[in-house]
Ligand binder design. Structure first.
Ligand SMILES: [Zn+2]
Length: 177
């Protein structure tokens, strides 16, 4: 991902003039008024003060809507640590957690609580039961009574886990920290 932001001048915008430029999101917090007005026939005005990210691309769904350039900068810095294969679940994680509070621990928190992508809570339960070996050694007459769906459902109802919709009716499953 190579996130970019379109930073515009709010005062000019409110005055009916779209003044802004595309910049790399990394470093967006350092962009100043002069840089934003440089390519515009409209001169930097004394009322020009606040810069705002009005459009963006390459955030892989991790950024929704508009924000301050500094927030986009911080998010881009965090995204630089996210591997390509993690982008979608990470964006889902942020959509649940909110992307306003991202910092250097956000990616490690995500990796700690991301369980994977599953078809359903029962699908998650099947893999969990298998990986923990909690039914190993028990006779089939016992394990056949184990209710995978109820076990999965309870884990979500109890608040240990939560899910965010994934493509194709799947769910990203996260463990509550
Ligand atoms: Zn302006």
């Amino acid at each position: 991902m190579d996130p970019k932001v379109w930073i515009g001048c709010l005062a000019c915008y409110n005055d009916g003039a779209l003044v802004g430029e595309w910049f790399d999101a990394l470093g967006a917090g350092e962009i100043d008024l002069a840089q934003v007005h440089a390519g515009s026939p409209r001169r930097l005005h004394t009322s020009c003060e606040e810069l705002w990210v009005m459009d963006h691309e390459g955030f892989g769904g991790a950024l929704k809507g508009e924000c301050a350039p500094g927030d986009a900068d911080r998010l881009a810095e965090v995204l630089a640590d996210v591997e390509d294969f993690e982008c979608d679940p990470f964006a889902a994680y942020l959509s649940y957690q909110g992307s306003a509070e991202v910092d250097e621990s956000t990616v490690s928190d995500f990796r700690e609580c991301y369980e994977g992508v599953f078809d359903s809570p029962a699908d998650w339960a099947g893999e969990y039961v298998e990986s923990t070996g909690m039914l190993h050694g028990l006779p089939d007459e016992v394990t056949s009574y184990f209710d995978m769906e109820a076990f999965g459902r309870d884990a979500f109802i109890g608040g240990d886990l939560y899910s965010v919709d994934a493509p194709g009716l799947s769910i990203y499953v996260f463990r509550s920290l």
